[in-house]
Design a protein around this ligand. Structure first.
Ligand code: HPA
Ligand code: ZN
Length: 326
């Protein structure tokens, strides 16, 4: 088969997707109507026109506005189920899905509504499509650590419904060390640890995500190559980096996909993977990320196999689960 067909048919694992970033504009308007929520956009076209991002913050402003339509457990169920249907169509067999509870609890939505709805949606997709999925609770780094600590405590009645914690939102000015205590608490609870670092922030944030937070995977990490000591360490430790090429393009981390560092990351021995981040906002789900990146960088089947193995090794599964994925 052609490389495009090979990539399309290849079983995939998605390790970096924010469920709130899978809300399509039509869904945002449908939920706004269903829930009687006013939106600062006149219609779907006006909302889509706002997707001309200049950096991470310009995206986050629209993303948080969009998430404001989510109120009921059904909303969360339907959102994650719709994402898993699309992922399944892209041959995703397992997804480890981020959610941002503070975006919802700050609006008065109960933690049980958020986690209960998402868990039910994941279960429904597992039953209907056979797709495996787990949830990772992310703390918003533009808020303070006490808010993150209170969020973790509020989630503990649902401890068995998420496998780990992460760190997202505005990166620059909010270094990993700001969240040392809440990550230590999560680690003591047996939760898996990941953090966004080195997307817009400097390589030093990747280093402190590893050293101060104990992050097991780095989300993005594309700026790591600027630091040769860090690059050597990530390569030697086979630390997975969940790279999101179309996100980096839309948020202007790179000027063109041809400039994307993914090929250089693989050449440097980094355990990079391909993911979609916020597919409804960035112009493509995970299959599109694979296809466009391979075309722009001239990557081959060998690279596809290496990227896939990296994702299998990085997935939060036990030894038997990993053997089944290989
Ligand atoms: N970076 C930081 N925070 C986010 C992102 C991202 O790419 N997507 C959703 N929240
Ligand atoms: Zn992300």
């Amino acid at each position: 088969p052609s490389l495009a067909a090979f990539l399309a048919e290849m079983p995939k694992i998605e390790l970096h997707v924010h469920v709130e970033g899978t809300l399509e504009p039509e869904t945002i308007f449908a939920l706004a109507k269903r829930n009687g929520v006013a939106l600062p956009y006149a219609d779907v076209e006006a909302l889509r026109a706002a997707y001309a991002f200049t950096d991470l913050q310009s995206f986050l402003d629209v993303y948080y506005a969009g998430a404001g339509v989510l109120l009921t457990a059904d909303d969360f169920h339907d959102m994650v189920f719709a994402y898993l249907e699309r992922a399944h169509a892209d041959r995703v067999v397992r997804a480890e899905i981020f959610f941002d509870p503070q975006t919802h609890t700050a609006r008065g939505v109960a933690m049980a509504t958020v986690i209960g709805g998402l868990t039910a949606g994941c279960a429904a997709a597992r039953a209907a499509l056979g797709i495996e999925s787990v949830l990772i609770l992310c703390f918003l780094r533009h808020l303070d650590e006490d808010d993150a600590l209170a969020t973790l405590e509020a989630a503990l009645p649902h401890r068995e419904k998420f496998v780990g914690v992460g760190l997202d939102s505005s990166e620059v000015g909010h270094p990993p060390e700001k969240f040392a205590r809440v990550f230590a608490r999560a680690q003591a609870l047996g939760l898996r640890l990941v953090a966004h670092a080195g997307e817009e922030g400097p390589p030093a944030y990747v280093t402190s995500a590893l050293d101060v937070l104990g992050a097991e995977r780095i989300d993005h990490g594309v700026r790591s190559l600027e630091d040769p000591v860090l690059t050597a360490r990530l390569a030697a430790g086979r630390v997975a980096l969940t790279v999101c090429p179309l996100s980096n393009l839309k948020l202007r981390v790179v000027d063109t996909l041809a400039d994307h560092p993914l090929g250089r990351m693989l050449d440097a021995g980094l355990a990079a993977t391909i993911n979609s981040d916020d597919p409804a906002y960035f112009g493509g789900y995970v299959g599109q990320n694979w296809l466009e990146t391979f075309e722009a960088l001239g990557l081959d089947r060998d690279a596809a196999i290496r990227l896939s193995k990296n994702a299998i090794d990085a997935a939060f599964v036990d030894a038997a689960g990993r053997a089944a994925l290989h």
